[in-house]
Design a protein around this ligand. Structure first.
Ligand code: AMP
Ligand code: FE
Ligand code: FE
Ligand code: ZN
Length: 281
């Protein structure tokens, strides 16, 4: 069983539609794909239809933007109720704040390079959750940089003077929202220090007390030491571990199923998820 539980579509900052993503996953021999766009479930219906058509299992999910004391955290949630009102409200607020934040970043960049919000909107599907990758793609399209990576390195990293934050729920609250919505919360890339500051193990312990179920231990942004730390911490807190590609299509070099998840863990997620069923072909 080849199980990849974290991938993005044009509903957020991936480059493929849900249909294209699911078709590619099936063509590459995956048995199970998790569809986890940033702060939206808008891709679920198209992804589910494509999964049935292409003979692959789909795990509907989300990657929620959260914070703890100014530190950005990504929380994966699986099989929750996408209509749970408090969660719907929190996600809408995060998407709105991402929009305002993109405007702030582009206003700052626009003083030094020829870039406008119209350029950025041109890189995102209507209604997509806006992120820095869309700004990066607009910079590539404008010839300011050659690649997404270069845009992140030179202009968009968390340490850059152009960087701006957005508002997102406190991470303990986000764990509760996913749990109350009948979903299974898993912390994405918990020790990916290349992305910015990390929370301490104590915060992850508090998340576990609030209902966190797993850690994404195997991820392209973890080195061997960071993966080992995730495995140790998961074992001491009684959490399961996942592995996934965090695939974004053509936007990043990582391939689908670059990392994968154990079938026993998928069973646990399926057993704990109480609101939305896994889509079977
Ligand atoms: P944001 O959600 O706006 O804070 O942007 C974070 C997103 O940018 C994540 O989904 C990452 O996958 C993506 N990202 C981070 N670093 C890079 C990079 N060097 N190249 C391409 N995408 C990146
Ligand atoms: Fe992303
Ligand atoms: Fe993430
Ligand atoms: Zn992701």
């Amino acid at each position: 069983m080849l199980i990849d539980l974290h991938a993005h579509t044009t509903a957020s900052d991936g480059t493929q539609s849900p249909h294209e993503l699911v078709a590619e996953a099936a063509a590459r021999g995956l048995d199970v794909l998790g569809l986890t766009d940033h702060d939206t479930t808008a891709g679920w219906a198209e992804g589910a239809a494509a999964a049935r058509q292409n003979g692959i299992m789909l795990v509907p999910g989300i990657e929620m933007s959260c914070r703890h004391q100014g530190i950005s955290i990504h929380l994966l949630g699986y099989l929750h109720d996408p209509r749970y009102p408090p969660l719907v409200r929190a996600l809408a607020a995060a998407r709105d704040s991402r929009q305002a934040r993109a405007e702030r970043i582009v206003a700052a960049l626009g003083r030094d390079v020829p870039l406008t919000m119209a350029d950025v909107r041109g890189q995102a599907s209507p209604g997509a959750t806006l992120g820095r990758p869309h700004i990066a793609d607009a910079m590539v399209a404008r010839g300011i940089v050659g690649t997404r990576d270069e845009a992140f390195r030179d202009y968009l990293s968390t340490g850059s003077p152009y960087y701006a934050r957005y508002q997102a729920p406190e991470v303990i609250e986000a764990v509760r929202l996913i749990t109350e919505a009948g979903g299974v919360p898993v912390m994405a890339h918990p020790f990916a220090s290349s992305r910015g500051p990390l929370v301490s193990d104590g915060v992850i312990e508090a998340m576990a007390d609030a209902g966190l179920a797993g850690l994404e231990a195997y991820h392209v942004d973890h080195n061997a030491r960071q993966t080992a730390h995730a495995l140790d911490l998961a074992s001491s807190l009684g959490l399961f571990v996942t592995g996934s590609s965090d695939y974004h299509g053509a936007g990043k070099a990582t391939a689908l199923a670059a990392h994968w998840t154990d079938p026993g863990v998928l069973e646990q997620i399926e057993g704990d998820g109480r609101a939305t069923p896994v889509v079977r072909p």
